[in-house]
Design a protein around this ligand. Structure first.
Ligand code: F6R
Length: 255
């Protein structure tokens, strides 16, 4: 097992370990640009950042956030939107001012123009210093879905069926969000490959298959986005809990 993989006993330890890495990165680079995924996996990590910010607000005064992705078709105030999630878990608790927050607008009229706006902002203010990512059950990263060719920068992505069944969408107030939400806006593979540091988090048995596939660098099948990033990024670590790790990898790097 590669030393890039850290297996910890449970979700809480995974979250603490990720939060510690983020604190360290902020101490090194106070204006750190963090690319933040939403979803259940990083929620406690973000909670630990928020707790730290209450104790030491000065640490976060220059931190910047870029939203990794957004569902198309949901308004910003929909409880299932990535915007709502980030506002609740990061932007407000860490008091990130508007000039330190780069985010796809929710439900833009012109999706392509919105992607171009975000690509321009990242070209100007990037690259990402630290990307905090979760892995999808189908191996997606952000809304980069399994395809033969990956898009480099911010783009409109047609969502895979598994992604439209994501638990986040069940919080939506619209009827039948799985039917309504067919596309997402997401940063692209090059944006993530150019990030100075990447932390991929995985928790729970539902991630076993996609995690196994990501770590199996000998796989010859077309790469999942997670495997592609894992194989090609030179400074990526994976922090996962035992439940997400297959049995044959469990002992290898247990903290
Ligand atoms: C969400 C995102 C997705 C999730 C992934 C895992 O912003 O980028 O790629 O990270 O679907 O979601 P959870 O953590 O809910 O299992």
């Amino acid at each position: 097992m590669s030393e890039r993989v850290v297996v910890v006993p449970d979700f809480e330890t995974m979250s603490q370990s990720a939060a510690d890495s983020i604190f360290e990165a902020i101490r090194r680079t106070p204006s750190l640009l963090i690319c933040a995924a939403t979803g259940s996996t990083p929620t406690r990590t973000y909670g630990l950042l928020a707790e730290c910010c209450t104790r030491s607000p000065e640490l976060f005064r220059r931190v910047r956030i870029i939203k990794l992705d957004e569902w198309c078709g949901l308004n910003a105030d929909d409880p299932a939107s990535c915007e709502m999630y980030l506002q609740q878990h990061l932007v407000q608790p860490l008091k990130i001012s508007g000039d330190r927050y780069i985010a796809f607008r929710s439900n833009p009229e012109n999706r392509q123009a919105e992607c171009e706006r975000i690509a321009g902002a990242l070209a100007h203010k990037g690259p990402i210093d630290l990307a905090i990512l979760g892995i999808g059950v189908n191996g997606h990263i952000g809304f980069n879905e399994p395809h033969a060719v990956f898009a480099a920068h911010a783009h409109v992505s047609e969502l895979a069926l598994e992604s439209r069944q994501h638990a986040m969408l069940s919080k939506s107030t619209v009827d039948n969000p799985q039917e309504l939400v067919r596309y997402g806006l997401t940063l692209g593979m090059s944006d993530l490959l150019q990030a100075r540091q990447v932390i991929i988090l995985a928790s729970g048995s539902s991630k076993r298959q996609s995690l196994q596939r990501m770590l199996d660098t000998s796989a010859t099948e077309p790469a999942s986005p997670a495997s592609f990033l894992w194989q090609h990024h030179t400074n990526a670590v994976c922090i996962c809990d035992q439940a997400a790790m297959q049995d044959d990898h469990r002992d290898a790097a247990l903290l």
